[in-house]
Design a protein around this ligand. Structure first.
Ligand code: FES
Ligand code: FES
Length: 187
């Protein structure tokens, strides 16, 4: 058994040490907001934070994250109220929605490192693939959350429920990040 800290909760999982974290999160912890895309660290749909660092969970052995702080899309907020999620909803960013959990996790990491990113900062940092081509709306939403676009940001982008050690409602709807849509293959 391995003990993991996921979104501020301690969970025990029974997995081979080399099992990718993505599958443990989805199949054992029940957090299906983190998506499988390529499985080879190329697309970013499986992005989570490990001790605050953006990580592609499809290639991260679960044994490597024991004792570390794992934050998934469900850990950003219990009700899609995280400023980045709200900006995503405001700009109606998702199309099919499949990539958007990973996009949001990447955006939160970017804003943590660069609270006022330029277009170039965004283009350089946001390497996640969106097959629907929502890149322009992603950029606009990041500026919105940062307060560098129209209007101002909606508050700190740094807080996540898991960071605060609070209780996380692992609702799949939240995993869809304020999109108001339920992408196919969600579960
Ligand atoms: S599924 Fe992990 S990067 Fe594509
Ligand atoms: S919205 Fe990005 S893949 Fe469809």
């Amino acid at each position: 058994m391995l003990s993991l800290n996921v979104n501020g909760k301690t969970v025990s999982v029974d997995a081979e040490p080399g099992t990718p974290l993505l599958w443990v999160l989805r199949e054992q912890v029940g957090l299906t907001g983190t998506k499988y895309g390529c499985g080879v660290a190329q697309c970013g749909s499986c992005s989570v934070h490990i001790d605050g660092q953006l990580t592609r969970s499809c290639v991260m052995p679960v044994s490597a994250v024991a004792g570390k702080r794992i934050t998934t899309i469900e850990g950003l907020s219990a009700d899609a109220s995280h400023p980045v999620q709200r900006a995503w909803a405001e700009f109606d960013v998702p199309q099919c929605g499949y990539c958007q959990s990973g996009q949001i996790m990447a955006a939160v990491a970017l804003l943590r490192a660069k609270p006022k990113p330029t277009d170039k900062d965004i283009d350089d940092a946001m390497t996640n693939i969106c097959r629907c081509g929502t890149y322009q709306r992603i950029r606009a939403a990041i500026h919105r959350a940062a307060g560098t676009g129209k209007g101002s940001g909606n508050g700190s982008v740094f807080h996540v429920v898991g960071d605060a050690g609070g209780t996380v409602a692992a609702a799949t709807a939240v995993a869809n990040a304020g999109a108001g849509r339920s992408p196919a293959g969600d579960a």
